[in-house]
Design a protein around this ligand. Structure first.
Ligand code: SF4
Length: 489
């Protein structure tokens, strides 16, 4: 790593930066930041984000910094260096979170102070760092991510060279005031890399994909799915003469070419708008929803077959071989519980479908992601089953659902789970415990039922704990007394 691009650990960041922001971060207010960014020449990108990631009613991140999504995608790619440019406190949080989630890669950081920001020296520092880092022996690509303050200040990453010594340079702006969730920030980087790879492919021959498709047309899988799901989808596609293509966001650069070469992109996670645009520009067709549960799998296979021109009798044979196995898996892994579900990963509606098919009394599903055409089938199916579907759900919406429906289990984000547990209701964290497990095809029902039923089985234990600790941490038992008498106000 160069002098300017440093391995970040929290202590180094605090020691190495004296950033005194000319525009503040999270607390400045979205309107102030947006105005500053527009004045600094970023209106075009902000307008594109507003189209891709429409806000409202939930228009502010209520979870982690959105840039985490882009950072994670960059860190998961082989032979790719990922460099942040932002306030030290933001970089501290993002680095901490990425290592908490097991990134075994260096997070690069180009620090700034008010002088380098205002004089434009920061851009020169970024340029110099990128040149020093661009070693083709080590990297296929360098990803630079502008956080809130550099975006609002107009740091022009698009003026960096597109390629240095054969290393591709991808610069993106990922401000919290223009990108609502970390899920959508994954799309920003995935879309930028696909766009780059598409322009390379248009200009001439590109590196051969590491083809595992044995000559069959592939279906690119859009969304950070569990690896077993990709294998399962491959098995489902095989009888129709198709194969599973790369998962997007990809793990290495040349997989981008293979993804773009796939005639169909399966929008398994439906919020990848920029990614979808790249596939559409490459002339590929898009298929929404995913093969979850019996009905979801039947509908998805049909949609794929239609897109790929698979004959009806081949589709029927494939479905007849597969669907009874899924029915059997659902029957042998029933869920008998009232559940509310919420999350910010974008796969919430798919999990909801599987829960309903397994027998759960699901009342509410909230997702921080927006409505897009690729989750319409899921939404229609769930609403037909009486489930309330809430896009861009706020934390308040999700907590209100727990209050209203008094579930046996609340699956949700950390504060939702905390709220449920405080009331003696078992809770499961969606991101770690639900979204990171197989959901597709016959493997889905058993995997989900196991974790759900174990959690529901804890209900009585939670009720005992709630009664034992009743009131601790609230009011007079909070440990903070506003008056000398020790009485809560
Ligand atoms: S980059 Fe993230 S943490 Fe930093 S100010 Fe923006 S939203 Fe907040």
């Amino acid at each position: 790593m160069s002098d300017l691009v440093t391995t970040v650990n929290p202590a180094d960041v605090i020691a190495s930066s004296d950033a005194k922001d000319t525009v503040s971060g999270c607390h400045a207010g979205a309107d102030t930041m947006k105005k500053a960014a527009a004045e600094a020449g970023k209106s075009e990108i902000l307008e594109q984000y507003a189209k891709d990631y429409p806000t409202g009613p939930h228009d502010q991140p209520q979870s982690m910094c959105p840039a985490f999504g882009s950072l994670r995608v960059g860190l998961r790619m082989r032979r790719t260096a990922t460099v942040l440019c932002g306030s030290a406190c933001c970089v501290y949080g993002l680095t901490f979170t990425s290592h908490f989630y097991g990134a075994r890669r260096t997070v690069g950081y180009v620090p700034f102070d008010s002088e380098t920001l205002v004089t434009g020296k920061l851009f020169e520092d970024l340029r110099e760092a990128t040149y020093k880092l661009a070693d083709p022996e080590k990297y296929d690509a360098i990803v630079l991510i502008n956080l809130c303050v550099p975006t609002a200040s107009g740091v022009p990453l698009d003026l960096l060279p597109k390629e240095i010594n054969g290393v591709r340079i991808v610069g993106i702006d990922v401000p919290g005031f223009g990108v609502p969730t970390h899920a959508e920030a994954k799309d920003i980087l995935a879309g930028a890399m696909l766009s780059y790879a598409r322009s390379e492919a248009e200009q001439g021959p590109v590196a051969r994909p590491d083809a595992k498709s044995v000559g069959r047309p592939t279906v690119a899988l859009v969304g950070e799915i569990f690896p077993v799901d990709a294998i399962m989808i491959g098995r489902m596609l095989e009888p129709m003469g198709l194969a599973a293509g790369p998962i997007v966001p990809t793990r290495e650069w040349r997989e981008l070419y293979a993804a773009l070469a796939s005639p169909i992109a399966a929008m398994l996670h439906p919020f990848y708008k920029a990614t979808a645009r790249e596939f559409t520009s490459a002339g590929r067709s898009l298929v929404g929803s995913a093969p979850v549960g019996h009905d979801g799998t039947a509908a998805w296979l049909k949609a794929i077959a239609q897109s790929a021109g698979v004959k009806d009798e081949v589709l029927a044979k494939t479905s007849n071989a597969l669907l009874p196995a899924i029915k059997g898996a659902l029957a042998s892994a029933p869920i008998d519980a009232r559940i509310t579900l919420s999350g910010y990963e974008g796969s919430e509606l798919l999990v909801a479908r599987l829960l309903v098919e397994a027998g759960a009394d699901l009342r509410y599903v909230g997702t921080a992601c927006p409505r897009t055409p690729w989750s319409d089938d899921d939404r229609d199916w769930l609403e037909a089953k009486g489930v309330q579907v809430n896009y861009r759900a706020s934390l308040e919406d999700d907590i209100a659902a727990v209050e209203e429906f008094q579930p046996d289990l609340a699956v949700g984000t950390t504060p939702v789970v905390q709220h449920a547990k405080e009331q003696g209701i078992p809770g499961l964290y969606f991101t770690n415990l639900i979204s990171a497990r197989p959901l597709m095809g016959p493997a889905g029902p058993g995997s989900l039922a196991q974790v759900i039923n174990t959690a529901v089985g804890n209900k009585e234990r939670f009720a005992r704990m709630e009664s034992f600790f009743n009131g601790v941490g609230a009011g007079e038992k909070a440990g903070i007394w506003p008056s000398a008498s020790g009485r809560a106000a």
